[in-house]
Design a protein around this ligand. Sequence first.
Ligand code: T46
Length: 138
Amino acid sequence: MNVKNCHIITLPVFPDGDDGKLTFAEGLRTIPFEIKRVYYIYDLEKPDAIRGKHAHKKLEQAIFCVNGSYTIGLDDGHNKEELFIDKPNKGVYLGTGLWHTMTNFSKDCVLLVMASDYYYESDYIRDYDQFLKFINSK
Ligand code: T46
């Protein structure tokens, strides 16, 4: 990937024929941090729904689309990339200082996010110019 501080995570899949499939994630193994919080995003009924549009100063996250599909836009302040995600075992690791925007949700999309810390609004950079200042001050 051209964008720094992120990568695709591919979780193992155990197929069980007609009895379905099983996928699992483990902190400090497939997920490269200790998981302190889990949240999910669903009921994305609006075709032009947009989520994210922010960066985090210290938080690390891993985003999985456990049902449906969506597109994630990633921006490290220098390079940008869009990824279309439509597999429950294919996630995106989001490191610090990464502007991310989620769009193009299928109606049945469910995003499951694992985070390295509790929710602190002070960790968010919600203004793009502030984000660029943060990146360039490093
Ligand atoms: C992110 C992307 C991928 C809480 O009170 N606790 C929580 O753990 C979370 C995640 C959110 N909230 C509150 C804060 C806001 O008032 O829920 C509201 C909606 O959050 P936000 O507008 O940040 O939602 P998204 O979908 O734009 O962003 C979320 C995460 O907040 C964010 O960390 O990286 O998903």
